[in-house]
Design a protein around this ligand. Structure first.
Ligand SMILES: [Zn+2]
Length: 443
């Protein structure tokens, strides 16, 4: 390194770097270089003399960390933020959300809702999001245009919606979207069968077969509430997780979202299968769905990622708040304050999300050679003083508004809190227009 000049597009000198891998480490006085779409160097500032950089960024009082990964959400639903609150899951869906979606979801709704979601997510440090919604082609294109990385999970239902009329059509249209984006470096398209109660065993088996053939991830809502599990047991004589396992749907490519109702036998099955869990603590708390036993899952070596779910059930897409919620909920639900430490919460919002999506060799930590998805967080404000440990500040004291810069694949998508790819005033205006239309049609 020292006797060979390295060209970098950007060389960043923060006060601290939290690389996430190795977990719990805080590097003091280190710098990070970005060349093209990759991290080209991570080294002590004193050794950066040999780096010739086009842009040099001094970030005193700031910490660099990997961009956050939101492993579950429905971006288009951001237009329904605050439309219906304080209801249990099924009445909330059946009486409010599904009728509003039935009346309004269209290509334009998804484009505008997704752009709103991306603007919010970038401003709170997210650089990769998972999405499950209608018109996944539109969501994919919107993310691509905004320079945002995403896992688009195309939905599969038994019943018709604005996007497709039956499971076969959802699958064929979804695979066509996958084909359209197969060369994209930002967009990955995978299977998103909605839930065991909205997709029949026959159609779930089709998804399992195709996903295995294509070696593609499966993302599914599962065991969201005890009621869902109880109803399935009454109807089919087995727990949904057991049904999916029998159908070949539970394996190392499977992302199981929610998982609040879990017995020891369920946890053993997940561990044996190598399946991933996506924890959405705020949505689970707001809808009173239940508590995912994250500490027990971690004890068994199960990978747990973090998701916000939609802005209609959260009501934000802010992973800083979600990390806090996950840590606090794990502690109070186990009555053990040592559970889910700050470094565990940050791992869930970064490297564990990358593991769930099957891209941990490329993403989720700051390591030379990995993709340059990086955020800077300003810890100099009074709400974050004094700084004993930046990791503690990130999880327990930040609220996301301190994120100053964000790069996705080496491209700056936010600089000094200004978005570079999204016109935020236009997003606000379109959101207000949708609000007026949706409010007018409220039953
Ligand atoms: Zn969801």
């Amino acid at each position: 390194m020292s006797d060979q000049a390295l060209h970098a597009d950007t060389l960043i000198h923060p006060d601290w770097i939290v690389p996430v891998v190795p977990q719990g480490v805080v590097l003091d006085g280190y710098s990070l270089a970005i060349t093209g779409d990759r991290i080209s160097a991570l080294l002590p500032r004193a050794q950066t003399g040999a780096i010739e950089a086009d842009t040099v960024l001094e970030l005193p009082g700031q910490v660099l960390l990997p961009g956050l990964i939101n492993s579950h959400g429905h971006a288009g639903m951001s237009l329904l933020r605050g439309y219906a609150d304080d209801k249990p899951l099924m009445p909330w869906l059946e009486e409010f959300i599904w009728p509003a979606e039935g009346a309004h979801v269209s290509e334009a709704f998804v484009a505008d809702g997704t752009e709103l979601a991306i603007a919010e997510m970038i401003r709170a440090g997210t650089t990769t999001f998972s999405d499950m919604y209608f018109f996944p082609d539109i969501a994919a294109r919107t993310a691509q245009t905004a320079g945002m990385r995403c896992q688009i999970t195309f939905p599969v239902f038994d019943f018709p919606t604005a996007w497709a009329k039956n499971a076969d059509e959802y699958i064929s249209k979804g695979l066509a979207v996958r084909d359209d984006f197969k060369h994209s470096t930002l967009v990955r398209v995978v299977f998103g069968p909605h839930a065991p109660y909205t997709v029949s065993a026959e159609n779930l088996a089709k998804v399992a077969t195709l996903a295995a053939e294509l070696d593609v991830e499966i993302h599914i809502h599962l065991h969201e509430t005890a009621g869902e599990v109880l109803q399935a047991v009454e109807q089919n004589g087995e727990r949904p997780l057991d049904s999916l396992h029998r159908l070949g749907l539970i394996g190392p490519r499977t992302q199981c979202v929610h998982m609040t109702d879990l017995g020891d036998q369920d946890i053993a099955l997940l561990a044996g299968a190598g399946a991933h869990v996506v924890h959405c603590p705020q949505s689970n708390m707001k809808l009173a769905s239940g508590v995912c036993p994250v500490s027990k899952l971690m004890d068994k070596g199960i990978n747990v990622a973090l998701g916000t779910d939609s802005a209609a059930s959260n009501n934000n897409l802010n992973l800083f708040i979600e990390m806090q919620a996950a840590a606090l909920l794990a502690k109070v639900s186990s009555m053990d304050a040592t559970r889910l430490a700050a470094s565990d919460a940050l791992a869930m919002a970064t490297i564990n999300g990358a593991r769930a999506m099957g891209i941990a060799d490329q993403l989720g930590s700051l390591e030379t050679g990995k993709l340059a998805d990086v955020i800077a967080v300003d810890l100099s404000g009074p709400e974050l003083q004094p700084v004993y440990n930046p990791l503690s500040q990130l999880v327990y004291a930040c609220n996301g508004s301190q994120v100053s810069h964000s790069w996705v694949a080496g491209r700056a998508v936010m600089q000094n809190r200004e978005l570079t790819t999204i016109d935020i005033d236009a997003v606000r205006e379109r959101s207000e227009n949708w609000r007026n239309r949706i409010e007018e049609g409220r039953p």
